[in-house]
Design a protein. Structure first.
Length: 368
């Protein structure tokens, strides 16, 4: 039986590991478990109204969002992990009119957007009572994914299937006809290796003679614990600016996230992040001091970005038994499960359907 190692148990690696056919392949998943972007992700699944001009990225994000019903069915995800909550978009009045036109246009190719409604101020507040009455655009097809809960659930599912999960920071060596993985656990050979370690792809590939266009970015979000126990019935909200408001179950309210390029690998929660997010968003809340005074935790992770903000994934040009995936940036919860599925399909069937969604890998990974 062919032995496959998956390095990185974030959203891509964990989804991939759960889709690979374990009757054909022996799978071991390695994950260091520190700084993972997925565990610190807010998780609005609603890419259709993005103003990004990269049409290839949009195709991936659109198909990633359309993939969720299959993902929910295949893995029996319950509403505490993923829910089709609907999305509110709060913008200036003239921008809302533009977004309405964009939504109607994009719905032609993405019916999963659902119903599209321009809401009056009081209708917005009725749907999400934390917000001040303000006009908004509401699309019923938007969803929310709890990244941390998703990983926890899929890890347990993997272990029940008999897949080995090793928590260790590893190194990779190329041998004449296989790959050697080394770490504190010891060492073990594998026929094929799939690298899904977020920004750590760069330090893993560089010793093998590759130059990688990838940088880390620190992200922080606030997870409030409130007594708003009807929160799971509320939609998610994309506020005007960088921040999103994501109500989860049992009064858990997420607000975030920051995009800190200079901090890179740093995983220290900072009061500056709390103050920045509070300042950016307090004008949207009906009682900002009430929400911002609730008990909270800061969740911190490290995202991976390429220089053109596009993801990179697939088999390496000169090493077909070395497969990579990274560079998802802040849209990882939307695109990551679908990328994991595409990689698993490639393993299971030998058919690669990833070329439509990205530039050639040579643009990001070069042999030195």
């Amino acid at each position: 039986m062919e032995k496959i190692a998956i390095i990185g148990g974030g959203i891509i690696g964990m989804t991939l590991a759960n889709y690979v056919d374990t009757t054909k392949y022996s799978i071991t998943l390695f994950d260091h478990g520190i700084g993972q972007a997925t565990k610190a992700s807010a998780g609005i699944i609603s890419p259709w109204l993005s103003k990004r001009r990269n049409k290839t990225w949009y195709r991936l994000a659109k198909d990633g969002a359309a993939f969720f019903p299959k993902l929910v069915q295949d893995f029996a995800l319950d509403p505490t992990i993923y829910a089709r909550s609907g999305t509110l978009l709060l913008r200036q009045k003239e921008q809302l009119a533009e977004l309405l036109d964009l939504a109607e246009e994009r719905k032609k190719e993405a019916p999963e957007i659902g119903e599209i409604h321009l809401l009056k101020a009081d209708q917005t507040a009725d749907l999400l009572p934390l917000l001040k009455p303000t006009p908004s655009l509401f699309i019923t097809g938007g969803g929310r994914l709890d990244g941390k809960a998703y990983l926890h659930y899929l890890t347990a599912r993997l272990k029940r299937a008999g897949v080995t999960v090793i928590n260790d920071k590893i190194r990779l060596q190329k041998r004449s006809d296989d790959w050697l993985i080394l770490g504190e656990f010891g060492e073990e050979p594998f026929d094929r290796v799939i690298l899904t370690p977020g920004p750590s792809l760069k330090p893993l590939l560089e010793p093998l003679g590759y130059q990688v266009d990838l940088r880390p970015q620190k992200g922080q979000l606030i997870a409030f614990t409130t007594h708003q126990f009807q929160s799971q019935k509320w939609p998610v909200a994309m506020l005007d600016g960088e921040a999103d408001l994501i109500p989860f179950n049992d009064g858990k309210i997420l607000l975030g996230a920051t995009h800190e390029n200079e901090q890179g690998w740093d995983l220290t929660p900072t009061n500056e992040a709390f103050l920045q997010l509070a300042e950016q968003t307090k004008a949207f809340f009906v009682q900002p001091e009430k929400l911002l005074s609730q008990p909270y935790q800061l969740q911190v992770g490290t995202r991976a970005y390429t220089s053109d903000f596009a993801p990179v994934f697939g088999p390496l040009f000169d090493e077909p038994n070395l497969i990579v995936a990274s560079g998802l940036g802040s849209s990882g919860l939307t695109t990551g499960p679908y990328i994991g599925y595409l990689l698993a399909e490639f393993i299971n069937t030998g058919k690669w359907h990833g070329t439509d969604y990205q530039k050639d890998l040579h643009n990001y990974i070069k042999k030195t």
